[in-house]
Design a protein around this ligand. Structure first.
Ligand code: GLY
Length: 354
């Protein structure tokens, strides 16, 4: 089963894509680790808790879930709880859940006692191909998504595709938008797989599932290894995220799953790429068709292009007032374009809103 090395200045570790890897989680816990904590949700624990074998007792921390609860206040509550339960600088946290648990748990580990190790055990497709690998952690502010956070690389990312069998259809499809993103930014082969094997992809055929998770994690590992802190290449992973984050924040993190917002953001970015002459119309149409294959994105009624454009100014990818967009040049290749005329951006968003 594939295992990808993520080599960053902070840490070198493995992202293991393997059915049953959670059963050998104990192998990734250092012998010197003190108290173990598992951050998860009631649902994930009920469905998959028995799969996770740490080889030792662990203190359970339950998080109610929900992007709207991925806030600093939750980090404080959980940190207090860890102290009460004997957490100290030798403790280790396992973030066992979807992207919200991975982001929040990673951040909790980054700041608890000024930093304890974390093992990421992502349980949704979206988290397996994105949030669980690469060390980005954080929480939301009212002002925007993930505006408080830290780079905190895990000791390992344990990616067990078998947990996806119970993933609700909507969440699975939302995760597929992140997989599609990987294809568009860096892999025509992955893009082709999603377009040509839609039925097997939607049926979660085990070989296809493993193939697309492995292809996505390979890309993530390569990109993060080249640029841990997003000073260059890593920006390409934000394709669809600039406008996607604006949509999530504008709708109070309650109407769209992250992957769905990324689907919408990719659609808008493709319109923008076409309007700026970056992407030929034929390929733009191909990408839009691929996005539609895994839709529909929930209804966008009441969302105004102007409001999303305003939100972009407080996105953390905005540097000195300049919004940076990741735009496709062709399938499998994107470039980062700074400072696009705001009227063009508004028009592209309006076009994507339909
Ligand atoms: N989700 C984008 C990144 O990890 O850089």
């Amino acid at each position: 089963m594939p295992c990808f090395v993520v080599a960053t200045p902070q840490r070198t570790y493995e992202a293991v894509v393997e059915r049953g890897v959670l059963a050998r989680a104990a192998e990734f816990v250092p012998a010197r680790a003190g108290r173990l904590f598992v951050l998860t949700t009631e649902d994930v624990w009920r469905l998959h808790g028995a799969r996770l074998r740490l080889g030792r007792d662990a203190e359970m921390l339950f998080f109610p879930g929900g992007e709207e609860r991925k806030r600093l206040a939750e980090v404080e509550t959980l940190a207090e709880e860890m102290v009460v339960r004997g957490g100290d600088r030798s403790s280790l946290l396992v973030a066992f859940g979807g992207g919200i648990v991975n982001d929040l748990g990673g951040f909790l580990a980054a700041v608890f006692m000024r930093g304890i190790p974390v093992i990421q055990a992502p349980t949704t497709l979206l988290a397996q191909v994105d949030a669980g690998v690469g060390g980005k952690t954080g929480v939301n502010l009212v002002a925007g998504k993930n505006l408080v956070g830290a780079f905190h690389q895990p000791l390992a990312a344990l990616i067990d595709p078998s947990v996806l069998e119970t993933l609700p259809e909507r969440e699975y499809r939302a995760g597929l938008f992140e997989v599609l993103k990987c294809g568009i930014i860096r892999s025509p082969a992955l893009f082709a797989l999603l377009v040509e094997r839609r039925d097997q992809v939607l049926a979660r055929a085990p070989d296809i599932l493993e193939q697309m998770i492995a292809a996505s994690v390979r890309i993530k590992a390569e990109v993060v290894s080249a640029d841990e802190r997003e000073s260059g290449l890593r920006r390409i992973l934000n394709f669809g995220h600039t406008i996607g984050h604006a949509l999530e924040a504008e709708t109070g993190y309650a109407r769209f799953l992250h992957g769905e917002a990324v689907g919408f953001g990719m659609r808008a970015a493709v319109h923008l790429a076409e309007r700026t002459g970056c992407l030929p119309s034929g390929e733009a149409a191909e990408i839009r068709r691929a996005i539609d294959l895994y839709g529909p994105i929930p209804p966008l009624e009441g969302v105004a292009a102007e409001a999303l454009a305003r939100r972009l100014r407080s996105d953390k990818k905005t540097i000195q007032g300049r919004v940076h967009f990741v735009l496709p040049e062709r399938i499998g290749q994107v470039r980062v374009v700074p400072d696009i005329d705001e009227a063009l951006v508004r028009a592209a968003i309006a076009e994507a809103l339909g």
